[in-house]
Design a protein around this ligand. Structure first.
Ligand SMILES: [Fe+2]
Length: 582
């Protein structure tokens, strides 16, 4: 308890420090980021928010190396993002000066019909990132945007606003992705995603990985290399985000659609829970690390100022209505969760894991979710989140084994969701999941132990973009898992993303896969398509096709992912010990 209090005090102190000094969060939120009226013709040394402003910057090299992005769309606006980083892998390469960045948003790609423009300051305390919250746009409209700083012009991005609140919407097409370990492969899946016809993209976490070079090794080997040792400081996290974001395919997917992002664990550290690190770091050091990781995440994502970190805290769970079609609840299952039970890993349930006080979302977020579900009149209610929601037994009925990091490690939290669903008699809940580096499709049952109980929705678990390497069609333990979990209807281990086509009556998910990621150039195909029509039939497979030239079986088992992380962690500890000894 004393320890906990000590950590609480530290969080408070960090929060105050960030609020008052380093971050100048309050004045930032009051809008000092905007510099309307600043004369841009002259070289101007003017102090805004404590920084000298260089109004006519000259860049040693191209500053828009990380591309452009848009995100968190509303029916009348969207966030436009970029970051000035002429030397992206070495802290960005900008002087400690604020630099004005002009932005334009137009109806056409050639910017003949500009609907709005303005100037925003790229500030050194936010890594020279720019987050423009455009308002006054038309609902359900496509727009094009770009930035200019000094004489340099950014690439053009395309974005789209959401339909008007409550509008009768006939169709939504979106994709979701997760888990993009840079070293494990090429982002070919993003190249294909960028060519899809989509309204929106969701990213469900593991956008970056924190490991040093070749600490976390894919079964098919690592084909790219992290540019620095395990990331700890703000500068480290910025450089890692920049390395990932320098990838042309990832930039293309960001430039093509608005994204709604949420994190999992690797944006900070493998399997962290709230303020509890994996192992080998003090809680004090970890909280400072978490603050750095959250800030770098904000700096690189097209998030609203409402998600600006407050010391080690950040508001990431949020809600989006897609007209009357879908109500999206984007969850944060890392920041507020209880520590993993039974020492983490895949374990039998225990008194500890069954403890009803355990939480994944924290009480506030849980209440927020239930309020949203109660208020929703949408055809579909969605939980866009990180971790496997359905019961997922790796053992047998007599001797179950569950993942302690997933909802199975927090059964009381899941039961509260099931009880709520039951009390409202819902049949339209869709759970979108990442984390586990494989495709799964699950019927959501009101009682997972009774295969005949009510189907109240479905869970689509999307595979990784690269994490885990090339993958296969099936793993060694797939048949056993499918046999032990009759509500799980599909498994596939190739890399890719999930494309969804949603209408009022039907939710279709297409599992888009590439046969390899260790070389560029793989083609994309749909391994299987499932529909759910809000009935007791649950998931129906409507299409299925083998992947050309792909391996059909691998010697891997589900547990291997956990083992690979454990190996990576051992290497980290070894590295640190060596560092200390030197
Ligand atoms: Fe992952």
């Amino acid at each position: 308890m004393a320890d906990e209090r000590h950590v609480e005090d530290l969080i408070k102190k960090l929060t105050e420090e960030h609020e008052n000094k380093k971050f100048d969060r309050r004045s930032f939120l009051r809008g000092t980021g905007k510099i309307a009226g600043l004369s841009l013709g002259a070289v101007l040394a003017q102090s805004i928010g404590g920084f000298e402003v260089n109004a006519a910057p000259k860049f040693e090299s191209y500053p828009f190396t990380l591309g452009v992005a848009s995100g968190d769309p509303l029916s009348d606006g969207v966030v436009l993002w970029t970051r000035l980083a002429p030397d992206p892998l070495n802290g960005g390469g900008m002087k400690r000066q604020a630099v004005p960045v002009r932005w334009e948003i137009a109806k056409d790609e050639r910017f003949r019909n500009i609907v709005q423009k303005g100037t925003e300051l790229a500030r050194p305390d936010l890594g020279h990132s720019v987050h423009v919250e455009v308002t006054g746009l038309k609902p359900n409209h496509v727009y094009y945007y770009r930035f200019k700083s000094g004489y340099e012009l950014s690439p053009v991005g395309r974005t789209k606003t959401l339909p008007a609140p409550g509008a009768s919407v006939k169709e939504l097409k979106f994709a979701f992705a997760s888990c993009q370990q840079y070293e494990h492969g090429f982002y070919t899946a993003y190249k294909h995603m960028a060519e899809e016809d989509l309204d929106l993209v969701f990213h469900l976490g593991d956008y970056i990985y924190e490991y040093g070079p070749n600490e976390y090794v894919a079964a098919t080997g690592n084909v790219r290399t992290h540019s620095s040792a395990e990331i700890m400081s703000l500068n480290d996290y910025r450089n890692r985000h920049a390395q990932y974001r320098s990838d042309a395919n990832l930039k293309a997917a960001h430039a093509a659609f608005p994204w709604v992002v949420t994190w999992d664990d690797h944006e900070v550290e493998n399997n962290y829970a709230n303020n509890i690190p994996e192992k080998g770091q003090s809680p004090e050091a970890f909280i400072i690390r978490r603050a750095a990781a959250y800030q770098a995440y904000y700096e690189h994502m097209p998030l609203r100022k409402s998600s600006l970190p407050n010391g080690p805290d950040m508001q990431l769970y949020r809600h989006f209505d897609y007209g009357d079609l879908a109500s999206f609840n984007v969850l944060d299952t890392r920041q507020f969760r209880s520590d993993q039970a039974n020492g983490d890993g895949n374990k039998p349930p225990s008194e500890e894991s069954l403890d009803p006080r355990r939480t994944l979302m924290g009480q506030e977020q849980e209440q927020w979710l239930f309020n949203n579900l109660s208020a929703s009149k949408a055809h579909w209610n969605v939980m866009a989140q990180q971790i496997f929601f359905s019961q997922w037994n790796f053992g047998t009925k007599a001797a179950p084994v569950y993942s302690m990091d997933s909802w199975d490690g927090y059964p009381a939290q899941r039961q509260r969701v099931l009880d709520f669903v039951k009390s409202k008699n819902l049949n339209n809940l869709i759970v979108l999941t990442g984390d586990v580096h494989a495709n799964w499709a699950n019927n959501l049952l009101i009682n997972f132990d009774d295969p005949n109980s009510k189907v109240f929705g479905v869970e689509f678990v999307g595979t990784s973009i690269t994490s885990g390497g090339n993958g296969a069609d099936k793993r060694k333990d797939t048949d056993h898992i499918l046999e032990q979990n009759p509500h799980i209807k599909f498994f596939n281990d190739y890399r890719g993303y999930v494309r969804c086509r949603v209408t009022p009556a039907q939710w279709q998910a297409d599992y888009r896969v590439v046969p390899y990621v260790t070389e560029p150039g793989a083609s994309v195909s749909t391994r299987a398509s499932f529909v759910y029509q809000k009935d007791q039939m649950g998931l129906k497979k409507v299409a299925s096709a083998m992947v050309a030239h792909g391996m059909k079986m691998s010697e891997q088992v589900e547990e291997d992912r956990f083992t690979a992380h454990t190996h990576a962690h051992k290497k980290q500890i070894q590295q640190k010990r060596e560092k200390v000894e030197q």
